[in-house]
Write a protein that binds this ligand. Structure first.
Ligand code: BEZ
Length: 254
């Protein structure tokens, strides 16, 4: 899910072709959710709808939301029987409606985490659960350090596109809005990227806003230099491996 406010730069077809690992990994998170048939679930940051569809097949009623209109259109095209809406975490306005709010690979785009958690809490029925996984402290640090190094003085810290909290920070915010936190993990998840151009494609898809405002030539130089310098560290046995670090949390609305 994109939290960039100015434009919808997501290419949903490319996302499905090159970055399908995002929802594949999310399948593991469904085990934490432990859905029961008939439950009503909000999929927050549904992307192109694959996990929403899996949850529907488990017997749940799903509403999938995403800030990106392109993603929502693609999700609706792939899964016409499901309900998808263009909405975002911090401003959605559901009240006591869901048995669970599920979110995979989205909340690192939300730079107003407390407002998002308030909206999530409000959307849940009493006793409802919130299960999420996203980038945690130190996520993709090798990649971002190299990009920042290449950007040099033209880089401003506000350009950093993500929010990567520690579990201490995030679970405190969860408690502040009223959740009882039942589970939290912060773990390394080295993530293989597709193909010889995997790292380049990842940067172009996910880190594009760090390069906003540069000429095409400068962007090309930064991406080429970065991939060259990161090769020793992140290219192993013919595959690019991104240095993902995830947090996973679960909390109950009391
Ligand atoms: C992540 O899933 O951790 C992630 C994906 C894209 C950009 C940044 C982080």
């Amino acid at each position: 899910m994109s939290n960039r406010v100015t434009k919808d730069s997501w290419n949903a077809s490319l996302y499905d072709q090159q970055h399908a690992f995002v929802s594949h990994f999310g399948g593991n998170l469904l085990q934490w959710l432990a859905l029961k048939p008939g439950e009503k679930v909000l999929d927050l940051g549904c992307g192109t709808g694959d996990l929403a569809n899996q949850m529907k097949q488990m017997g749940a009623t799903i509403i999938g939301i995403d800030k990106s209109e392109n993603m929502v259109q693609q999700a609706q095209k792939k899964y016409p029987g499901l309900t998808f809406r263009v909405q975002e975490a911090a401003t959605m306005n559901y009240r006591n409606e869901f048995d669970a709010v599920f979110s995979n690979a989205t909340l690192h785009w939300v730079k107003t985490p407390k407002q998002a958690l308030q909206s999530i809490y409000q959307a849940l029925k009493p006793g409802g659960r919130f299960v999420a996984e996203f980038g945690g402290k130190g996520n993709v640090q090798k990649i971002t350090k190299e990009l920042i190094h290449q950007l040099g003085t033209s880089y401003q810290t506000e350009q950093f596109p993500w929010y990567y909290p520690s579990i201490g920070e995030y679970t405190s915010l969860m408690e502040q809005v009223g959740f009882r936190v039942t589970h939290a993990q912060h773990f390394d998840r080295p993530t293989p990227l597709n193909g010889e151009n995997g790292l380049r494609n990842w940067i172009e898809m996910f880190a594009a806003s760090m390069l906003d405002g540069l000429t095409t030539e400068s962007k090309e130089r930064i991406i080429s230099e970065s991939t060259k310098n990161l090769r020793d560290d992140l290219y192993q046995n013919g595959t690019w491996i991104a240095d993902y670090k995830r947090i996973r949390v679960m909390g109950v609305k009391e």
